[in-house]
Design a protein around this ligand. Structure first.
Ligand SMILES: [Zn+2]
Length: 245
């Protein structure tokens, strides 16, 4: 049987039957990989804590031509983020990050930036950067890496720059200045526009610079709405976050 080993992050696990689990990995450069982990549903199993959410590891797997799912053999943990991911104040944010990634990465989608982005978010949270700002950073970069982010510094109709305030088009595909707006309701302030532009050249660990500039909840809702609109799905796990109430 052909086999391989690949660095990846654990995005989700679910019971497949009494013995086995279904695991979805985000690989470093091959997109999503769905695998059966034999025996992983048993109390004592060879995977140990390897399959905890957002564990970064090297995963060994093999496959058969006639099977859709690959089979996990074993693996080594590179880095466990379990204490960060499972902390009560973080866990629902990471549910949402995993759900967005799972829904956005279609089969065959091999964008390596999403993997690096998630690792940077995890490491930044470990260092104490505020979780809501990290979510916002993730949303902006996910849209950018997919080519879906609007230009935060330009009216998409008349080309006006240096916007004090702007409105998102109803199809989420561009900004409108005050003169071009006609009833659009999703408004972005100058600081929100600046933050989006800022993320292009700064790491998530630097988000602390923004703490006093604006409250991130509004822009989190707007960018999440944009992701749902383009992906044509509804995110179940956002209901657990205070930003959406
Ligand atoms: Zn305009």
């Amino acid at each position: 049987m052909p086999q391989a080993s690949i660095p990846a992050l654990v995005l989700s696990t679910s019971p497949l039957n009494e013995q086995d689990k279904l695991v979805t990995l985000l690989t470093a450069d091959q997109g999503l990989l769905k695998a059966v982990a034999p025996g992983a549903a048993k109390m004592k199993n060879r995977f140990g804590s390897l399959l905890e959410p957002f564990t970064e590891g090297d995963f060994h797997y093999y496959w058969r031509e006639d099977r859709e799912l690959v089979t996990l053999g074993k693996g080594e943990i590179r880095k466990s983020f379990f204490s960060v991911v499972s902390a009560a104040e973080n866990v629902f944010y990471f549910y949402l990050l995993a759900e967005i990634t799972l829904k956005f990465m279609q089969p065959g989608h091999r964008e390596p930036r999403v993997y690096k982005l998630l690792l940077a978010i995890l490491r930044s949270r470990e260092k104490g950067v505020a979780m809501d700002w990290l979510l916002l950073y993730f949303l902006a970069w996910l849209l950018r890496s997919e080519g879906l982010l609007f230009n935060p510094r330009r009216c998409s109709n008349c080309g006006a720059r240096d916007l004090e305030r702007a409105w998102l088009r109803n199809d989420y595909r561009g900004l409108l200045c005050p003169a071009c707006r006609s009833g659009e309701r999703l408004a972005l302030s100058r600081d929100e526009l600046e933050f989006i532009a800022w993320t292009a050249a700064h790491a998530p660990g630097q988000c602390g610079e923004w703490a006093d500039r604006f409250a991130p909840a509004g822009l989190i809702r707007t960018l999440t709405g944009k992701i749902e609109h383009h992906g044509e799905f509804t995110l179940q796990s956002r209901r657990y976050l205070r930003e959406f109430h």
